[in-house]
Write a protein that binds this ligand. Structure first.
Ligand SMILES: C[S@@+](CC[C@H](N)C(=O)[O-])C[C@H]1O[C@@H](n2cnc3c(N)ncnc32)[C@H](O)[C@@H]1O
Length: 279
């Protein structure tokens, strides 16, 4: 297995806080580890409970983009602590779910948290999303919630998703997608924040534009079906998580959160849900 982003620094921190029983961190990130979605961002109240509800809502929207139905066999890559799989177990029945993650420590927590209710089956596998250890045409859908930017290669992941998907089959993901015109600016300012981003978040490849996704989909045999810009609906994530970071003295995290919020508000980087059908 590729030794790439296995133990991400922010997961080291989360696992430590979870071990210590930090109730706020557990509520915010002990289950879903991604941003939130607010249908009405103006109504966000900044609380951790509100953020946790919004994180569940984002999970549902990405999964819905894969057109899931009862009885399907579904692979979630980068499944983290299993929050998305637990949500699927509440909403559907007779699913065969596989959670794949590169960090066994996260899978240990996911195995404890995910209860396969409603006649659903769940299994977990420790692997790299770019080397999926399953047979060709073995899944109806592949889901990747806010994790693709950590993978060693989006191209290899798309090829693997194409290989393991049945036809028809769907791939749905969420990602931070920069506007093409911002790339020179991002590359110019990268030295100012790149080392602190990797200290906190590990390797993050944040330069993949929507045009890159469209080309990649075409080259790997997918049709782009959905390109939804939900940046504005995710913005209340930032003040909510900054209040957590401030209380715990995580100054660098706070600074990165502030800059990412600014990039979102200025339209430099969009938070998008994308889905693709196997051609
Ligand atoms: C921001 S977290 C998202 C977790 C989960 N998708 C969720 O929504 O709660 C990113 C996840 O990607 C996983 N990851 C990073 N590189 C990976 C890889 N090459 N293969 C599989 N998972 C990977 C990390 O371990 C982490 O669980």
């Amino acid at each position: 297995m590729a030794e790439f982003n296995v133990n991400l620094p922010y997961f080291d921190g989360l696992l430590e806080k979870i071990r210590e029983g930090d109730a706020e961190v557990i509520e915010a990130f002990g289950f879903h580890v991604h941003w939130g979605y607010w249908g009405n961002p103006a109504a966000a109240d900044g609380s951790i409970a509100d953020f946790a509800r919004a994180a569940e809502e984002l999970s549902r929207r990405v999964c819905d983009a894969a057109k899931l139905k009862d009885g399907m066999r579904i692979l979630e890559v980068g499944c983290g602590f299993g929050g998305n799989l637990a949500s699927l177990c509440d909403r559907f029945s007779n699913l065969e779910l596989v959670g794949l993650n590169i960090d066994d420590r996260q899978l240990a927590r996911a195995r404890e948290l995910v209860q396969p209710r409603n006649n659903n089956k769940v299994e977990f596998v420790c692997a790299d999303a770019c080397e999926i250890p399953f047979a060709d045409s073995s899944f109806d859908a592949v889901i990747a919630v806010e994790c693709i930017f950590h993978f060693p290669s989006r191209e290899r992941f798309f090829k693997e998703a194409q290989r393991v998907l049945k036809s028809p089959g769907s791939l749905a993901l969420s990602d931070f997608v920069p506007q093409a015109w911002t790339l020179p600016f991002i590359q110019l300012t990268e030295p100012l924040f790149q080392s602190s981003v990797s200290e906190v978040f590990g390797t993050v490849n944040g330069d993949f534009t929507l045009a890159n996704y469209r080309n990649l989909a075409r080259e790997t045999g997918f049709f782009s079906r959905l390109e939804e810009d939900i940046t504005i609906n995710t913005i209340p994530t930032y003040p909510a998580i900054r209040s957590l970071q401030r209380k715990r003295g995580l100054k660098e995290e706070e600074r990165i959160s502030f800059l990412t919020e600014l990039a979102g508000r200025l339209g430099l980087i969009r938070y998008m849900i994308l889905s693709f059908d196997k051609a």
